[in-house]
Design a protein around this ligand. Structure first.
Ligand code: ACM
Length: 535
């Protein structure tokens, strides 16, 4: 892919020191004493905010019940989800009930627990019960992910395994550092089916990721049905990079993805990239082109050559229709309008375009998100800019983004030489690109979002996001190989307090995830930087 960035190499990081120290000490926890077979409490990814280990372990047995709040549909849904994870591997019945008994696995919604916020939870494990308390359903769900990781990795298997199924004693109290912990998936360069997207959603949920940014449109394909402009999908979605068949989501399929993501407490952020990255639309409707001539469909990997016609009224009628339909399908707060790599649009035209398009997004009730080039125009009040620069990005460009942040624009950080999951790990990585350098596992984890962009106030940082572009990514196995093991590190940067940040301890917790990925049948890259258990 041709990008304007200077190619830079990621520096090589430290040698492969096998650090055996468990992370519990740094998390303020004593080693678990009562249950040597249990994973020490808090030895999970992302690192919890606070762990106090001690007391008896809880054992899930054939008699265990999952008890949910009387009358709460949300708690019951989370309980059913947990039972779905545990039943195949334990072989236990694990009924989900709303009786008032105090033993078993208990999921409690308590709106008085304001300190836990919209996503936090408290997990307390004793000999008698594991109780997850949260003020909101998302917190219960995240607490369930913590519980999963406290159990042996084979709990993820889809066939019956032998126990014991122990959860170390103690308390985890946990709230996220940032409200935006995103993953982006480019379904335009290569199309991914609903089932492939759902599989990725499940993998993201394990690490408490809460935004799924779908890059729905680009030069190579338009992937969502739009009733008022039907050829966008039927023609503009008919191919992909390399000339394959492509595809698109019907409205029902997109809604199914949104619903599924929501059941895992991820909010879908749809991206309609403009004014560039629009060849699929321009090819579908001649009238969107300044010269009135539709270009051919495009199956290469260049960027920046296409642009909507900024001067034509029909351009804004088109955008109004598309934004209206996408907004109506999307319950989340945000609509991403791209705005990157508009190399065929003059800066003056770009500014004019953004001045016209952002109010359309607001008109349909959504908050604008754009790639950080939006800060070169006038970001709308409340807009969020997604920073995708790298160490080598010019000081002037970084200063422009920082100035917008000082002015109230929120920032989601996706530095390409840290968080881009499509960057190769090293020169031998068979998939991905390398225009932002090689990104090994340590490099993707070892930075601080709160202190990353010079001059940007930390209060402007909404969180982090790990994009996965798909120029040469085609299968779930490809997605997993590039996302794992880097995605959990970015998720941890988004969730865990900065005080827990420590590569030597992180890599031990990360290594322990491999058995879980094996049990889930996931692909991943066995980085030499991580002390994987012997296979
Ligand atoms: C981008 O990578 N063009 C946002």
């Amino acid at each position: 892919m041709v990008r304007k960035h200077p190619r830079s190499r990621a520096p090589l990081f430290g040698s492969l020191l096998l650090v055996v120290a468990a992370g519990a000490a740094a998390l303020g926890a004593a080693p678990a004493t009562a249950a040597p077979a249990a994973t020490p409490l808090g030895q999970i990814v992302p690192a919890p905010a606070k762990v106090v280990a001690g007391g008896s372990a809880y054992e899930i047995t054939a008699r265990t019940r999952i008890r949910v709040d009387d009358g709460s549909r949300d708690a019951r849904r989370v309980g059913d989800y947990l039972a779905g994870v545990l039943r195949p591997s334990t072989g236990y019945r694990l009924p989900v009930t709303d009786d008032a008994a105090r033993d078993g696995i208990r999921l409690e919604l308590d709106t008085k627990e304001k300190g836990l916020g919209g996503e936090g939870y408290r997990l307390t494990s004793t000999g008698r019960s594991v109780t997850i308390v949260a003020a909101a359903p998302a917190g219960l769900f995240h607490g369930v992910q913590t519980l999963r990781q406290q159990l042996p990795a084979k709990v993820e298997a889809d066939s019956r395994q032998s126990g014991p199924w122990l959860v170390a004693g103690g308390t985890v109290e946990d709230t996220p550092r940032y409200g935006w912990r995103g993953a982006h998936l480019d379904v335009a360069r290569h199309f991914f089916t609903v089932d492939q997207v759902k599989r990725y959603i499940d993998e993201l949920a394990l690490y408490k990721v809460n935004k799924l940014h779908l890059h729905l449109t680009d030069d190579q394909g338009w992937r969502l049905a739009v009733d008022s402009w039907p050829k966008l999908a039927t023609y503009g979605g008919s191919t992909q990079v390399g000339g394959g068949a492509g595809g698109y989501y019907t409205k029902a399929q997109y809604k199914d993805i949104v619903r599924y993501a929501s059941s895992r407490y991820l909010e879908v952020v749809p991206e309609i990239d403009m004014p560039s990255h629009t060849n699929a639309a321009l090819a579908s409707y001649a009238e969107l082109n300044c010269d009135g001539v539709a270009p051919p469909l495009y199956t290469g990997t260049d960027v920046g050559f296409s642009t909507l016609c900024v001067d034509k009224d029909i351009t804004y009628k088109f955008i109004d229709d598309v934004v209206r339909e996408v907004a109506a399908l999307t319950p989340g707060k945000y609509l991403h309008i791209g705005g990157d790599e508009a190399h065929s649009t003059s800066q003056e035209d770009y500014n004019t375009f953004m001045d016209k398009v952002q109010p359309i997004v607001a008109k349909y009730g959504k908050t604008v998100v754009g790639w950080h080039q939006l800060t070169g125009a006038a970001p709308a009040k409340g807009a969020v800019a997604q920073y995708w620069g790298l160490d080598g990005t010019s000081a002037a460009e970084k200063a422009q983004v920082a100035a917008a942040a000082k002015n109230g624009t929120g920032l989601v950080l996706s530095p390409a030489d840290r968080t881009y999951l499509d960057m190769k790990y090293n020169k031998d990585t068979p998939l991905g690109l390398s225009w932002a350098g090689y990104v090994e596992v340590r490099r993707s984890y070892d930075w601080d979002p709160g202190n990353y962009l010079p001059g940007a106030p930390s209060s402007a940082i909404r969180g982090v996001e790990a994009p996965l572009w798909s120029e040469n990514i085609r299968t779930s196995s490809d997605i997993e190989y590039m996302a794992f093991p880097r995605l959990p590190g970015v998720a941890e940067l988004g969730w865990s307090p900065a005080s827990t940040h420590d590569w030597d301890m992180y890599k031990v917790r990360l290594a322990a995830q491999a058995e879980r990925w094996d049990a889930l049948g996931m692909n991943y890259y066995r980085s030499p930087q991580v002390p994987w258990p012997a296979t």
